[in-house]
Design a protein. Structure first.
Length: 243
């Protein structure tokens, strides 16, 4: 019984398949470099966050906007516990909750918002968490924390300015500083202070730069480049034809 003759294969790529493979490879490689760049940018931000912890800078008469972001600072003033904000849509360990912003009135009239940390969602929008500041509103305190920006939303649909109805605390989601200033009817400093974990009168404070860690972006970059390699292999295999 004779065996069937083996047909030879030749490398004969088609133009449509080649064009599609080139375009896909270019797209995957570009996406990979984009994620790699984002990872490097995030790493630079994390490095800046680490450097900011090296020493505490006393603000004295300077504004919070006069120091670099993430710089640890000490600032003196009086807590205004009657006018607090709850930043909505803030999570910790996968749990929904709020971050508590409490005004600190500095000598000379400057007002800076102090983020006193995260509190859990009560389970009902009608019942807000108890964020009473156990401090004397007439007493002068010195607090230590990091200079930072307000959290920003990825989508405009996630924003909700404070209601400005005169009821406190006011719930808001990804507000601007001008919106918070309007709700308080007084100017606020351009940045907030992330209260140090060891400071009293605070809640959960696990501070780090917002967004994902740099390694996540780098792993995404490698995945995109792997897709480009797979595309080339598929093109090469599909281009071999029987003759």
């Amino acid at each position: 019984m004779s065996n069937s003759p083996t047909r030879a294969r030749s490398f004969s790529p088609s133009w449509p398949l080649t064009v599609a493979a080139v375009l896909l490879c270019a797209l995957f490689v570009r996406l990979g470099f984009w994620q790699w760049y984002r990872g490097n940018s995030r790493q630079a931000q994390w490095d800046e966050f680490s450097r900011g912890a090296n020493k505490v800078l006393a603000l004295d008469s300077r504004g919070i906007g006069d120091v670099t972001r993430f710089q640890r600072v000490s600032v003196t003033g009086r807590y205004d516990a009657e006018h607090q904000f709850l930043l909505d849509n803030r999570t910790h360990d996968g749990r929904a909750g709020y971050e508590v912003l409490t005004p600190l009135v500095r000598p000379g009239g400057r007002v800076v918002l102090v983020d006193r940390g995260w509190v859990p969602f009560t389970g009902s929008r009608r019942t807000l968490p108890n964020i009473a500041c156990h401090c004397d509103s007439t007493a002068t305190v010195t607090v230590t924390g990091r200079s930072d920006e307000l959290p920003t939303a990825g989508l405009a649909a996630g924003r909700a300015p404070p209601p400005g109805d005169g009821m406190w605390p006011q719930v808001t989601s990804y507000p601007t500083m001008s919106e918070l200033s309007k709700a308080m009817a007084r100017a606020l400093e351009p940045r907030i202070i992330l209260l140090d974990p060891q400071e009293p009168n605070g809640y959960v404070r696990d501070w780090h730069p917002s967004g994902v860690q740099p390694i996540r972006h780098w792993s995404y970059a490698i995945q995109w480049w792997a897709f480009a390699v797979v595309t080339v292999i598929f093109w090469a295999v599909a281009s071999r034809r029987e003759t």
